[in-house]
Design a protein around this ligand. Structure first.
Ligand code: SF4
Length: 76
């Protein structure tokens, strides 16, 4: 599979990516709402049940299903 995205990755930092969505600091990320995670983001390309999956924002890397970043977009 793809290499796992690190929280220390430059782009990950710029988009405030966290492996665990509840680690997101709401004061710095006012758009974050409880329950949001990569697994229910429109941009996530992982399969249901997988711990990690591809994300169109972080090309070539896998993001964690439980993660979150400021590019989060709800599935409509
Ligand atoms: Fe997760 Fe969506 Fe951000 Fe990708 S764009 S890291 S799937 S929240």
């Amino acid at each position: 599979g793809l290499p796992q995205l690190s929280e220390d990755d430059t782009q990950a930092k710029s988009l405030n990516y966290k492996h665990i969505a509840s680690d997101v600091d709401p004061s710095k990320n006012p758009r974050y709402k409880e329950g949001q995670a990569c697994s229910n983001c429109q941009v996530y390309q992982g399969k249901d049940g997988d711990d990690w999956g591809p994300c169109a924002i972080f090309a070539g890397k896998a993001v964690k299903a439980t993660g979150w970043c400021t590019a989060y977009a709800p599935v409509s």
